[in-house]
Design a binder for this molecule. Structure first.
Ligand SMILES: Nc1ncnc2c1ncn2[C@@H]1O[C@H](COP(=O)(O)OP(=O)(O)OP(=O)(O)O)[C@@H](O)[C@H]1O
Length: 368
């Protein structure tokens, strides 16, 4: 699937743009702080109904403006077309439309336009808290498995409801209601746990292959997925911990506590990885996610590469260039401050490329 046309108004520092895009490679070049990431982020927004870098919608709207508009026109391999429209207004609920019809729930949109973004912010996957890695699993699975997304929404809602009850004084807690939330949590939680385990099992060899290709080394990458559900029935565990949770005022067991440890040669990469190894790690993770989505979905996802070559040695850059210019990858959006690495990619994809300059939020086509 490709994004054929993108229009935007007031997306962060981008005032206005109407772009007709290349089906293969679209490069955005500009100095620091000019708006390259913002442009990729706008494309991300149209897939996930949220920004990659900033979860607060009101901060997406250009300073001093009241409304931000995004519109993408997509074309699939079987010639079907999709038009996605989004309007974000200050102090109002955002509007998201597919082919002019507004979604009742934004979750209904997730997965329609599969996309993978790789950006320096992904270093958080290694250095950040466990919630970042859970989110990675959730995003990766939700894009091809609607049932997983529904279970996740159900789980989060019941977890929140259980926590609200637990905040009451013990004598005021409605235990019948607590029983009900726990049963629903246990059902959704067990489903998510099994899906995560399945995903990690299938995903690990693909990830290892990408890492080996890029690093050209014998380094082995793997995960250690641990959950409180590993050794006990979830409902039993919830009931067993109830008294403690009443005392704590929140739920201390569940899949919201899962950890996905990331390992390099059996050691936590967080502790042992160099900057270049970390980068190779998360780039490989994301490319493996792309491959996984391609295998499980009905269309080739869009790939966004935000400033990914910095800090990698020439050999690793070359290997990434080789990978992403291969036929497995479809439409790619790439940002960089200079054309060095881009020219190597462009040479591999012949003339199927557009190059844009980004200066102070203005995007101009330099070459097509
Ligand atoms: N809501 C907003 N309104 C106006 N400007 C904004 C808004 N949000 C962010 N910006 C501006 O966007 C700019 C950052 O743009 P972006 O992150 O796209 O830069 P970049 O070209 O990718 O730079 P780098 O090469 O450093 O990564 C900053 O100048 C920031 O102040």
């Amino acid at each position: 699937m490709i994004l054929k046309e993108l229009s935007l108004i007031n997306y962060k520092n981008l005032t206005q743009a109407d772009l007709t895009l290349s089906p293969k490679m679209n490069c955005f070049i500009g100095n620091n702080g000019m708006g390259k990431t913002n442009l990729l982020d706008a494309i991300y927004y149209l897939s996930f109904c949220r920004s990659y870098t900033n979860p607060v919608d009101s901060q997406i709207i250009r300073h001093g403006e009241e409304v931000c508009l995004l519109q993408g026109k997509y074309e699939f391999e079987d010639d079907t077309k999709e038009e996605v429209y989004c309007a974000i207004r200050r102090r109002q609920k955002k509007q998201f439309k597919r082919n002019k019809k507004e979604y009742e729930r934004l979750s209904g949109h997730i997965g329609l336009i599969p996309l993978v973004m790789i950006s320096p912010a992904d270093n958080e996957l290694i250095t950040g808290g466990s919630e970042v890695r859970r989110r990675f699993m959730d995003m990766a699975v939700s894009q091809f498995d609607k049932e997983y997304l529904r279970a996740l929404l159900r789980y989060n809602k019941t977890l929140q409801q259980r926590n609200v009850l637990l905040k009451n004084e013990e004598s005021l807690i409605d235990f019948t209601l607590l029983d009900l939330w726990e049963e629903q949590m246990a059902e959704a939680g067990a489903f998510i746990y099994n899906k995560r385990k399945e995903f990690i099992e299938e995903f690990t060899p693909i990830f290892n292959q990408f890492y080996a290709n890029i690093s050209q080394s014998g380094e082995q990458v793997s995960f250690s997925y641990t959950s409180q559900l590993d050794d006990a029935d979830f409902l039993e565990k919830l009931r067993h911990n109830r008294q403690r949770d009443v005392y704590l005022g929140h739920t201390s067991v569940g899949i919201h506590r899962d950890e996905l440890e990331m390992l390099l040669d059996g050691y936590p990469i967080k502790k042992v990885g160099s900057q270049g190894q970390n980068k190779t790690y998360f780039v490989s993770l994301k490319l493996a996610q792309f491959h996984f989505l391609l295998k499980t979905g009905r269309t080739t996802p869009i790939l966004l590469l935000d400033d990914i070559f910095d800090r990698l040695d020439a050999k690793r850059v070359e290997e990434i260039v080789k990978l992403v210019s291969g036929s497995e990858f479809g439409q790619i959006f790439i940002s960089d401050t200079n054309r060095g690495s881009l020219d190597k990619i462009l040479a591999r994809v012949n003339n199927n490329s557009h190059i844009y300059s980004v200066v102070d939020g203005e995007i101009n086509l330099m070459k097509d």
